[in-house]
Design a protein around this ligand. Structure first.
Ligand SMILES: Nc1ncnc2c1ncn2[C@@H]1O[C@H](COP(=O)(O)OP(=O)(O)O)[C@@H](O)[C@H]1O
Ligand SMILES: [Mg+2]
Length: 230
């Protein structure tokens, strides 16, 4: 399954979402490849530091995406593709290959209004592929006092795009994580709240992902149980 994190605006939380999703799916026991399709390579560098056992590849251009993504998909359970902030052709190639598109969007009316433009390529893909990829808006960097106003719900509804129930809130820990080469659940108590929200978002978006093959790594606290002979 190819999941693309797409929004043609930069700085909306795409790489943050892509790295955490790839790391989480890996920890659920799946074979995961992160396809870093942004020329800045920030997500592949980050994931290599945080979780070097997860495969990360860089796809430099739309042709490479269209040609190589199917093979990468065959060799993995999940491919998480981190899209670029601006290159329309790259986004188009990704959206023509993906089964699921996650669209992070900052929680402000201005950003939600800009979504029509930011998702124009998604609509083209939907027309060509008859509704595929399934797409979900994920609100990101939501402030403490934020309320999901009716205006925002209406704006999302006009685009025929569902909003994920779980939103990602604005937290310093997300901004600190890449510098430390960690994902939020590797940052101890400081990351606890962020961990809870990213994990509940992923369970909401991919309810079946937890039921995959058994985890490749034994759970850390698991100790052999002593068998008391009867
Ligand atoms: N929920 C959040 N709270 C605080 N800062 C965030 C959050 N999500 C992302 N950031 C920070 O915002 C900036 C843009 O995020 P990033 O994931 O790189 O977006 P994109 O890939 O869309 O450009 C980065 O500095 C990142 O660390
Ligand atoms: Mg990015």
């Amino acid at each position: 399954m190819i999941i693309v994190v797409a929004n043609s605006k930069g700085g909306v939380g795409k790489s943050t979402l892509a790295v955490h999703l790839a790391a989480w799916l890996h920890e659920q026991g799946h074979r995961v490849t992160l396809a870093d399709c942004d020329t800045q390579h920030s997500s592949s560098d980050w994931l290599r530091e945080a979780m070097p056992e997860v495969k990360a590849v860089r796809l430099a251009n739309p042709d490479q995406i269209l040609d190589e993504l199917p093979q990468i998909d065959r060799e993995a359970d999940y491919v998480v593709a981190d899209g670029p902030g601006s290159n329309t052709e790259t986004s188009r190639a990704l959206l023509l290959r993906a089964q699921l598109a996650l669209v992070p969007c900052k929680a402000s009316m201005l950003e939600v209004r800009a979504l029509r433009q930011a998702t124009a390529v998604l609509r083209q893909a939907h027309e060509i592929r008859r509704g595929v990829p399934r797409a979900v808006i994920v609100l990101s960097m939501v402030g403490k006092t934020y309320r999901l106003t009716q205006d925002m719900k209406d704006a999302a509804q006009k685009l025929h795009l569902p909003l994920a129930k779980t939103a990602l809130t604005l937290k310093q820990i997300y901004a600190d994580a890449p510098g430390q080469g960690r994902v939020v659940w590797q940052l101890g108590a400081r990351g606890r709240e962020a961990t809870r929200e990213v994990q509940s978002l992923f369970k909401e978006l991919l309810p079946d992902a937890r039921k995959g093959r058994p985890s490749v790594k034994p759970a850390p606290q698991e100790k052999p149980t002593k068998t008391t002979a009867a």
